[in-house]
Design a protein around this ligand. Structure first.
Ligand code: FAD
Length: 382
């Protein structure tokens, strides 16, 4: 069975030799706490969580998958306990501001953690991963009251978040979004429509889920210029932060996928669900790009994670599987044949895999440094 070992040596080489993080962090307003010792300790802690808690439930989680019954989704065995350990370790808040309960460290520190978590168990990583986009969007566009109400539990990981764009008739072409949002006298909105393919749209890991939803006002112009953005909590949050009534957003089913089956991909029905507008009227798609840009970085991390996982699986197999003798003579005479790893072409392929995984991790981390330097992304990178 494949096991996971965090590539700490490679990561430290990247941090210290290639990208010179200590100089970089010293120049950041939130970099003072990211001392080499602190970053080292975080990498060790993240590695332990990913190797010992997340990796052991990866294959079993995929085999068992999420189950749907009566509007509820149950995650596979071990996921609730693992998520509890993740939250208790403060891992969700690693790179979010201290004013919302986070640890205020640079976002690039979190990328190392996400890469490890993603390689160990991508399905698991989707739950806290979507929350990052939700938090970034609220930080960028939420009113002070919305930030105060929703951010601390999201940053703590007590609640998770979702991105609700896709509908049956449109995924890429969001100009076709049909979900309606009708203004109410009290300043809230009633949302009606169906969203599909919503990652972490329903699950049993937290008491609440904060959906960030694209919808149209009744008099909105057609196309992308008539889309607004709304916060629709699964459970209404009272003004004092306590949980109130269940909102009218329900899971109708989950997708049956070929992989990441432990990640719940939900169909959500909004039936006059209460929503709160975020960002300006009809400028919701622009605001949603904060979420989508976060998701893009997440998808890039997924690629690196899969490259690393595939390298680690291939390396273990090449060390264990025996075939013929090495060209330079018997290496393991006690066995009928030498391990695959002795064959030069197998080594070449393994090194290629390793180089791709390492190069791409380097690329993602470099994007973060450039992002901070140029401020080109509309993400909250501190
Ligand atoms: C596992 C999973 C999780 C997901 N999670 C979420 C989520 O959390 N929230 C959410 O809102 N959605 C989610 N989605 C939906 C995802 O965003 C859509 O699948 C995606 O936007 C593509 O939309 P579509 O599937 O309708 O394909 P279509 O838009 O119908 O596109 C079909 C194909 O045509 C191509 N295409 C479309 N338009 C053009 C064009 N103009 N030029 C060239 N090629 C084009 C596309 O690239 C694609 O290959 C998820 C999907 C999956 C599979």
């Amino acid at each position: 069975m494949p096991t996971y070992k965090a590539p700490l040596r490679d990561m430290r080489f990247l941090i210290n030799e290639v990208l010179d993080y200590s100089t970089h962090y010293a120049s950041l307003s939130n970099g003072a706490d990211a001392t080499p010792d602190m970053v080292d300790a975080i990498l060790d802690g993240a590695a332990a969580l990913c190797e010992d808690v997340l990796a052991p439930i990866n294959l079993s989680g995929d085999a068992e998958g999420c189950t749907f019954s009566n509007g509820n989704v149950t995650t596979p065995s071990g996921f609730k306990e693992a998520y509890k350990a993740f939250v208790e370790g403060g891992w969700q808040g690693l790179s979010f501001p201290t004013e919302y309960g986070g640890q205020g460290l640079p976002m690039s520190v979190n990328v190392f953690k996400s890469e490890m978590a993603g390689t160990a168990n991508w399905s698991f990583n989707m739950y806290p991963g979507l929350s990052i986009g939700c938090i970034n969007t609220l930080m960028q566009y939420g009113t002070p009251a919305q930030k105060k109400l929703y951010l601390p539990p999201l940053v703590a990981g007590e609640w998770t978040g979702t991105m609700c764009l896709t509908e049956a008739q449109c995924g890429t072409d969001l100009a076709q979004v049909k979900t309606r949002a009708v203004p109410q006298a009290d300043g809230t909105f009633k949302l009606t429509g169906t969203k599909i393919f919503i990652s972490s749209g329903e699950h049993d890991l937290t008491d609440n889920i904060i959906h960030i939803v694209l919808a149209r006002l009744p008099d909105a112009p057609a196309g992308t210029r008539g889309i607004s953005l709304f916060i629709v909590p699964k459970v209404i949050v009272n003004d004092d932060g306590t949980l109130g009534a269940r909102n009218a957003v329900n899971c109708g089913s989950i997708e049956h996928k070929m992989g990441i089956r432990a990640s719940s991909t939900a169909l959500l029905n909004f039936d006059d669900a209460t929503g709160y507008m975020i960002a300006e009227e009809n400028k919701g798609l622009e605001a949603m790009f904060t979420f989508m840009n976060t998701a893009r970085i997440g998808t890039a991390i997924q690629g690196v994670a899969q490259a690393e996982a595939s390298f680690q699986g291939a390396l273990a197999y090449a060390r264990e599987r025996r075939s013929m003798r090495a060209l330079s003579g018997k290496k393991e005479p006690e066995f009928a044949a030498d391990a695959l790893i002795w064959h030069p072409d197998v080594r070449r392929m393994l090194l290629t895999q390793k180089a791709f995984a390492f190069y791409n991790l380097n690329a993602i981390e470099s994007v973060f440094i450039q992002t901070i330097a140029t401020g080109k992304f509309k993400m909250v990178l501190l």
